[in-house]
Design a protein. Structure first.
Length: 390
């Protein structure tokens, strides 16, 4: 069902985008919600917006408490190459995993909801640093809740990827179905969508739609008209793969995001027949990037988690090298498909302009030390040496 919104709702959304303070945002979002027609096609959007509203209200409450010295810090600043949030039910072993996989000093207390605030730790995988965040447990049954549910989901939305840490000693299928529904309702897609949309607003230049794929139910003109309805007059919009007009709208509103998600069925030492569980969940496993059975007691498969995160995020490591110098120990961590241009621009903003050529070694090189230009696509582990005109 398409959720193309009526003009009044689009106009109300503009007010949400323009709102500066939390109070203004709350008011504008309430107005927006009441202007959205209620039917099956808008169900998820409304669910998301309502959640967003409660989150804003909680933020306002916390800000008040902070002024009087109360409130706790929930948001965690990103560090390392990517941030990955662990979500799961009580006692599934999230804190134990954080302790086993990272340098974080945490206590395993062994009772329900013992983790009260998110805590970070750094997991190093092949020179790449993943910031893992342990969170307070959340229920997977839709009719159960905890006061920190919205803020915890908010953390996951803000992260680069999600690990669902499940309790292998309980019904695994039920947990997966529950969390997938929860994430979907919160507008988090766990599997790579067919297409992607990137909207970069600008101050001049009009609308520039770069279509690298297909709009399944419309034309470029339709996209422009939706953008204009949202008062987006100047922007570069990059479209890759297959997308619909509804995707354009959810992308403007920000009600849907894609977060690669992996599942660790922890406490697998307590499972009698792992194959049976695997069989039972095989059809839903396709909804996520991967499933592994782990145990923090026997250390089963713990070494595989870093690799799965790396694969799910579709990252590559590029080692830079100064002409006649040593290869950098810490690689640049880029997205799959990155080119020499991306390397140049992440080293220095003017390097692209003064670029002469690059020499490369590794999988993408036809021969060691091949000379290439800015558009050359790199592969994981490549070494790049850039020569500039100055
Ligand atoms: N058998 C078994 N027990 C585990 C495993 N991982 C953790 N535990 C135990 O399960 C209990 C809960 O572990 P935590 O790491 O605190 O779980 P949590 O998900 O952080 O739980 P809360 O934050 O309190 O909701 C502890 O007693 C752990 O020792 C595992 O792989 N196998
Ligand atoms: Mg915990």
């Amino acid at each position: 069902m398409p959720t193309n919104l009526p003009p009044e709702a689009r106009a109300k959304w503009i007010k949400v985008m323009e709102a500066k303070t939390t109070e203004e945002k709350i008011k504008a979002l309430e107005d927006f919600i009441s202007s959205v027609p209620k039917h099956k096609g808008t169900e998820n959007l409304l669910y998301w917006a309502t959640r967003r509203l409660s989150q804003l209200k909680e933020d306002a409450e916390l800000a008040k408490k902070k002024k009087t010295g109360g409130g706790i810090k929930f948001y965690i600043e990103k560090e390392g190459d990517a941030q990955i949030v662990m979500l799961g039910p009580p006692l599934s072993g999230k804190t134990s995993l954080l302790s086993k996989l990272t340098n974080a000093k945490v206590e395993i207390l062994g009772y329900h909801y013992s983790t009260k605030i998110p805590q970070p730790g750094m997991l190093k995988y092949m020179d790449v640093y993943f910031q893992l965040i342990d969170t307070p447990s959340i229920p997977y049954k839709m009719d159960e809740s905890v006061p920190w549910l919205n803020r915890t989901i908010g953390l996951a939305r803000n992260a680069d990827a999600i690990i669902l840490v499940l309790d292998g000693s309980k019904n695994v299928k039920e947990q997966i179905l529950g969390y997938l529904e929860l994430l979907e309702k919160a507008g988090i897609m766990t599997k790579k969508p067919k297409g992607s949309i990137e909207i970069k607003k600008a101050s001049k230049g009009g609308l520039n739609i770069i279509l690298n794929g297909k709009i399944v139910d419309g034309r470029v003109e339709d996209i422009k008209s939706i953008l204009k309805d949202y008062k987006i007059i100047h922007a570069v919009v990059k479209i890759n793969g297959e997308i619909s007009l509804e995707d354009i709208e959810t992308s403007i509103i920000g009600s849907k995001v894609y977060r690669p998600t992996i599942i660790t069925v922890n406490k697998s030492d307590l499972i009698d027949n792992i194959e049976e569980v695997e069989k039972e969940i095989s059809y839903i496993s396709k909804e996520v990037e991967g499933v592994i059975f782990t145990s923090t007691i026997t250390n089963k498969n713990l070494e595989k988690i870093g690799e799965l995160i790396f694969k799910s995020l579709r990252l590559i490591r590029i080692y830079t090298k100064q002409p006649n110098g040593d290869v950098a120990k810490k690689p640049l961590v880029l997205k799959n498909g990155a080119t020499v241009r991306d390397v140049a621009s992440s080293i220095h903003s003017s390097l692209e302009e003064f670029f002469k050529y690059a020499k490369i070694w590794g999988k993408s090189a036809k021969y060691p030390g091949e000379r290439v230009g800015l558009d050359h696509e790199l592969q994981d582990g490549d070494i790049v040496e850039i020569y500039s005109k100055v």
